[in-house]
Write a protein that binds this ligand. Structure first.
Ligand code: PLP
Length: 458
């Protein structure tokens, strides 16, 4: 029996990434308020936000300083845009701040509203740059299977998950996917992590040579794949991939939409994983999700191309109404100030060993094939047979079932196939980390009992 709000919801909303038919039976979880790492439903039941919303609420909820920064900017200048020569202080200051924090020399910052828009803009910028550089044939982009870069026509094409392509006629032409550094599933028997990384770099090189290096413009990669299953690459993977990209003059884009701003215990994830990109996309924790804002950080070679082209054709013809929204910029500035003042990245790094130890303890659980993670992000992959790694039949819905048990245990997490992803707000305390993993342990036990009853195990 659905409540009034649930009934009105299913009669009116198209929910993203949701089994809409099933939702009509169960109704949505309607949330009302939040504080710290907890969100509360309309009946007042608290939940630990185990995925920081969608990997984004790094500072947790109800931060009054951020609320005040938004309110005072709304009072002062609620909106202006950056089109055709207008500007404002928060956008300028935020761009300066991002340049200062960047792990590589960044010349300019382009603002967008979401991670998808940021990555879409990255593609257009690369195409635009190569036109300006007089090499219009160098336009192909290489991404990876299991990658998640967004859902617009172009960023959805970069995404390497079948659900984002099937029925949408994606990917568009000129976008290719190479193998994911998913050692647990993609390594050959007996292959070391280093040999696996060498093989993946060789596969990338073969793809570039097959297409012709003069046609391959860019490679895009998340430092740690998020929605693809929290895939942590072998240590030598990115250095080997970078060697290939540099050899063929392939521009490297780091999609730091999840990893930037403390998730891996540092400002940016790419250096932690051993690569220094040409350009960077950020979103999510940039504003700790208090306001939608994203940024594309580009090098001087890109800026020069933008200048040249706009001289030739009269303007740089790309941008969103809300590119550099003053409220988003003011919120992001306050969030970055708090990260630095309260040493949030250092504290995340200090809490990571406890978090990872609790996560990795699940490796012994009969339902668990692999646990993986780094910093304050991780995943637990559930399997039908630990010895053979046999996966569950996707139709049995083991991941969603675990997610439902977690919800009953008072934790909101996300199932990615049969992996449970965990990525709490960075402000989580050591006591709350223990509470979170105690609840996840009970979730695994309940999922195991259910899977046994359903005869899903080997
Ligand atoms: N890139 C990464 C790594 C992401 O995880 C996401 C979203 O989860 C995106 C891009 C897309 O961001 P958005 O949903 O804001 O468009």
């Amino acid at each position: 029996m659905l409540t009034n709000l649930q009934t009105r919801d299913v009669e009116t909303l198209v929910h993203p990434y949701t089994n809409l038919a099933a939702l009509r039976e169960t109704g949505p979880l309607v949330l009302e308020r939040a504080k710290g790492i907890h969100v509360y439903d309309v009946d007042g039941k608290p939940y630990i936000e185990g995925l920081s919303g969608l990997w984004c609420t790094a500072l947790g909820y109800g931060n009054e300083e951020v609320v005040e920064a938004a309110a005072s900017q709304m009072r002062k200048l609620s909106f202006t845009h950056l089109f055709g020569g207008k500007s404002h202080d928060p956008a300028i200051e935020l761009a300066e701040k991002l340049k200062e924090m960047a792990p590589v020399p960044i010349s300019k910052v382009f603002f967008a509203g979401s991670g998808s828009e940021a990555n879409d803009s990255q593609i257009k910028l690369v195409w635009y740059m190569n036109n300006a550089l007089g090499r219009p044939q160098k336009k192909k982009i290489i991404s990876r299977q299991r990658a998640y870069h967004g859902v617009t026509i172009a960023s959805g094409s970069l995404t390497g998950l079948p659900a984002n392509h099937t029925d949408f006629d994606l990917p568009i032409a000129g976008i290719f996917h190479t193998a994911a550094p998913y050692y647990y599933r993609n390594a050959e028997p007996g292959e070391s992590e280093d040999d696996f990384a060498t093989r993946l770099a060789a596969e990338l090189e073969a793809l570039i040579l097959r297409e012709g290096p003069e046609t391959v413009a860019a490679f895009i990669a998340e430092p740690i794949m998020g929605a693809g299953g929290v895939i942590v690459p072998p240590k030598s993977y990115f250095p080997k991939i970078m060697d290939v990209c540099r050899k063929y003059d392939v521009y490297m884009i780091a999609d730091e939409v999840i990893c930037a701003f403390g998730r891996l215990g540092a400002a940016f994830g790419a250096p932690v994983l051993g690569y220094l990109p040409d350009a960077i996309s950020v979103a999510k924790a940039l504003s700790s999700a208090y306001f939608p804002i994203a940024a594309v950080m580009v090098p001087e070679i890109m800026h020069q191309a933008l200048l040249d082209e706009s001289r030739k054709i009269g303007s740089f013809g790309h941008g969103f109404t809300y590119s550099g929204h003053p409220v988003g910029a003011a919120v992001a500035l306050k969030v970055l100030e708090i990260y630095q003042r309260d040493r949030i990245f250092e504290q995340a790094a200090a809490k990571a060993p406890q978090f990872q130890a609790r996560l990795k303890a699940f490796a012994d659980h009969p339902l668990v094939g692999e646990v993986r993670g780094m910093g304050l992000i991780g995943a637990v992959e559930m399997v039908a047979d630990k010895a053979t790694k046999r996966a569950f039949d996707p139709k049995k819905g083991v991941g969603p079932k675990a997610m439902a048990f977690a919800q009953e245990e008072g934790v909101l997490i996300r199932s990615l196939g049969d992996s449970m992803a965990v990525c709490p707000p960075l402000i989580i305390t050591p006591e709350e980390i223990d509470d979170l993993f105690d609840r996840l342990g009970r979730t695994l036990d309940r999922t195991l009992d259910w899977a046994k009853r359903e005869n899903l195990l080997a």
